[in-house]
Ligand binder design. Structure first.
Ligand code: HEC
Ligand code: HEC
Length: 368
């Protein structure tokens, strides 16, 4: 406020001087009997203009001049959540901004920092978080993080406990990335949390933005078929992920151009994608690379069948005996017993899932 007032006073002073000088010149000219000159007509107009502009800005609403709030979610009731506006990052305090940026970078290039040849630590497998949480967790139905900050901490039946965001991140570190949980005081964990918090600001607590997570495909009446899935794999996936499913390593030897879908470098059998509905839903709206929920390429059946093929290949195993303490809470496609129903384990893996869902429904409605 001080600077505009000073400019205003200075401009006024200049104007007064100009008028006084002009007047003096006019009087002197008249005395000397010379014809009157035009004076500083144009210079004065310019100074008037400056005066006007400086004056006018006192009437501009103050909100126009303030920096925008640090974050506004680009999401409305009808529109899909498409992530946070990165240009607004500059309004965060430097320390926090650096942490958010580092968190985003870790999610995009996890293997570079934490992978088998990681520059920070050697902990995780060949995958980046972003391989499964597309566009750093912002793509609509690209398994995005839209609902993370607004819905955690929450109770999760898999662990039978209330999970914080840090615990949920570590779930993926231990399963999808087949590594060891990070300490919550570690800079890498703090950075990923800062990124999640920043992504989630502007999203009301308890709400799930439209387009967050993975789409839910309708169950098929039959079991998913790995033999048919193999044909789809050859036709639509192999060119990038390889006939051996190991993907394609980049020249830097640290990260992959195309991530592995099975084998030692891929997610373990305790991971979310090992469940058929997660894999099929993810692939439906995101694979082959480049498709979106609006323009998918696979039919639902193809998505289920290719899921059956990929999730029948060899991959690391995790001890998950502590999972699902309440067996009745197991999702229909959790492939490991014991189960609350008497249906065979292969059905829990490949389907048909309808009868399992019906059994679950009967159990919950029959309960007193
Ligand atoms: C192999 C694929 C894969 C990788 C890699 C992966 N995740 Fe996940 N992640 C999943 C799946 C699948 C889910 C469960 C989604 C669902 O059930 O809708 C999930 C869920 C999550 C959630 C909870 C989302 C929610 O809305 O409840 C968070 C947070 C998360 N992952 C963070 C991470 C972070 C951070 C990394 C990297 C350190 C990572 N994930 C790596 C597949 C992956
Ligand atoms: C044009 C190349 C390409 C094709 C074809 C393709 N993918 Fe992918 N896939 C990718 C890339 C690249 C990523 C990682 C995306 C990212 O990081 O943004 C990926 C990620 C994945 C992931 C999650 C990460 C992992 O390794 O588990 C799965 C699952 C997957 N693809 C399955 C498939 C399936 C199934 C098909 C065939 C229907 C397929 N992809 C076809 C390039 C491709």
């Amino acid at each position: 406020m001080l600077i505009p007032i000073l400019i205003l006073l200075a401009t006024l002073l200049v104007l007064v001087v100009m008028y006084v000088v002009d007047d003096a010149v006019r009087v002197l000219n008249a005395r000397a009997g010379l014809p009157a000159s035009g004076g500083m007509r144009w210079s004065k107009r310019i100074v008037w203009l400056i005066l006007l502009v400086v004056f006018a800005q006192f009437f501009i609403p103050s909100t126009w001049l303030e920096p925008p709030p640090p974050q506004v979610a680009t999401y409305g009731a009808d529109s899909l959540w498409t992530g946070a506006d990165t240009t607004r990052l500059v309004y965060l305090p430097k320390e926090q901004r650096d942490l958010v940026r580092y968190g985003r970078e870790l999610i995009a290039n996890t293997a570079h920092y934490l992978g088998p040849n990681g520059v920070v630590m050697r902990n995780t497998n060949a995958l980046n978080c972003q391989n499964c949480h597309l566009d750093a967790g912002t793509k609509p139905w690209g398994n995005n993080y839209g609902a993370v900050w607004s819905t955690y901490p929450k109770f999760r039946a898999r662990s039978g406990s209330t999970e914080t965001v840090a615990k949920r991140i570590n779930d993926c570190v231990e399963r999808s990335l087949n590594g060891t949980a990070l300490d919550t005081t570690e800079r890498e964990m703090r950075a990923m949390l800062a990124y999640m918090e920043w992504l989630g600001s502007g999203i009301e607590k308890g709400t799930k933005p439209k387009g967050s997570g993975i789409v839910e495909l309708a169950f098929m009446d039959r079991a998913a078929d790995p033999v048919h899935g193999a044909e789809i794999y050859t036709a639509k996936c192999e060119s990038c992920h390889g006939a051996d499913g190991l993907g394609q390593l980049k020249a830097d030897g640290r990260t992959h151009q195309f991530p592995p879908l099975w084998g030692d470098g891929s997610y373990n059998d305790g991971a979310g994608l090992f469940r058929m509905s997660r894999f099929a839903g993810y692939v439906k709206t995101n694979m082959p690379q480049g498709v979106t929920w609006e323009y998918p390429q696979l039919t639902d059946e193809e998505a289920w069948d290719v899921a059956a093929y990929v999730n029948s290949q060899r991959r690391p195993s995790k001890d998950i005996t502590g999972d699902w303490p309440d067996i009745a809470a197991k999702p229909v496609d959790h492939p490991f017993g014991p189960f609350a129903d008497t249906l065979p384990e292969t059905q829990h893996k490949y389907g048909p899932f309808g009868p399992i869902a019906a059994f679950k429904k009967k159990q919950t409605t029959a309960a007193p």
